[in-house]
Ligand binder design. Sequence first.
Ligand SMILES: C[S@@+](CC[C@H](N)C(=O)[O-])C[C@H]1O[C@@H](n2cnc3c(N)ncnc32)[C@H](O)[C@@H]1O
Length: 222
Amino acid sequence: MLGTINPAFDEMKLEEAGTRGTPKSQATHYLLLYTLVRMYKPRVAVEIGTLVGCSSAYIAQALRDNFYEQGDTSYRGHLWTFDNNDEGTFPRFETWRRVGLSDWITFIFGDSRKRVPEVMSKVVKEVGVGIQFAFLDGGHDIWFVQPDADNVVRFADKRDCVFAFHDINRLQDCDKVFREMRNRPYFKDGYETMYFPAWNEIGVIKKALHPRPLYSNRPGGF
Ligand SMILES: C[S@@+](CC[C@H](N)C(=O)[O-])C[C@H]1O[C@@H](n2cnc3c(N)ncnc32)[C@H](O)[C@@H]1O
């Protein structure tokens, strides 16, 4: 099934599983990320926690599929992914090149707590919209996940954004930040919360300005 998105991903997933020894956990969350990006069609996507670049590839593949489906250059999305582990540890650039996604991803090295505000303040100005999709999967302790979540919200497109929090069922601090965030009065207004149960459950807070169904402009649409 994964191969229907990009056949090269099957091989990539095996590498990832080998690195982390958690093969079962991966399939659902990668497919979920792909689906969310296909549904909400962000122009500015952020990922905190790149590791080998596998989740980045699924997000980027969805951005690419959005672009070719829409045939509208104003919809071209891009992913900025942050990690404090450099390319020396994992061959992420080679992985992205191999699956044809290098042009859709910018890797930012360093502590996300510092780098996200530095980089995204510039990106948001240049692109003209805030962060419209964020996957939070970097440091999982409170002193990482809290500032990461706050920074993503700070630079978000407040009318149209999707935040996906990884590991909310397994790790207390991720769950705590997710719950605190979705209970903020700000998010109660027009935002929806969704849970995706899996070994490493994902919580999503979203506010979509326009419903953007999958395959909306496919000839003969369904
Ligand atoms: C769980 S892994 C990411 C997995 C990846 N998103 C996936 O699904 O394939 C977490 C990553 O966050 C990175 N990380 C942890 N703390 C960080 C920080 N403060 N700044 C940037 N990256 C950080 C780690 O180096 C690690 O690669």
